[in-house]
Ligand binder design. Structure first.
Ligand code: MG
Length: 178
């Protein structure tokens, strides 16, 4: 089974310290309250990919936060990796100070992809990164629906390593050919 790594924040959901929408749900981790809203279609998306891939949620957030959010989402079949599994790197420009080295999951990079809204995380594995639009609460967003079509197609390819830059346009072509 091929491996799928999904980022959490601003890819699958959006968390804030104050409620910004009626869609926000109040959650708590290690004594701190926060509010989380889910990207449209996220549960359907997760149930779908869990059947087809070996899935890891890899977040730069704290493990306790990730686990609290996942309990709320309630979709089983995911390995949960928080900040402790990330590699800390030195940055001088305020960019993401963590890496998600895919080789911690497998040495065969042809059989794994990372879906993330932070492009710098693809620096060491440019052919393994699918960039999603940063999501901060737009309830008209359709990204996950399109991504599911692309991942289905990708799963059928011998190698998942490729230039994923135009994945949205390619997905439109796939839909029109079906
Ligand atoms: Mg993110």
């Amino acid at each position: 089974m091929k491996k799928l790594v999904l980022d959490l924040d601003e890819t699958l959901l959006y968390s804030t310290t104050e409620s910004i929408s009626p869609e926000c749900v109040k959650l708590s981790a290690q004594g701190s309250d926060f509010y989380t809203m889910l990207r449209p279609g996220v549960r359907d998306f997760l149930q779908n990919v869990a059947k087809k891939f070996e899935c890891t949620i890899w977040s730069t957030g704290q493990q306790a936060y990730l686990e609290a959010v996942w309990e709320y989402i309630g979709v089983p079949g995911f390995t949960l990796w928080g900040r402790g599994f990330c590699k800390k790197i030195e940055t001088t420009d305020g960019s993401e100070p963590y890496e998600k080295p895919l080789r911690q999951i497998t040495d065969d990079l042809s059989q794994i992809v990372l879906v993330d809204n932070t492009p710098s995380l693809f620096a060491k594995c440019p052919l393994n990164g699918i960039l999603t639009r940063t999501w901060r609460g737009d309830m008209n967003d359709t990204e996950l629906r399109h991504l599911a079509v692309y991942l289905d197609w990708l799963n059928a390819q011998p190698s998942m390593q490729r230039n994923h830059e135009n994945w949205r346009i390619e997905t439109l072509c796939l839909r029109n050919c079906q």
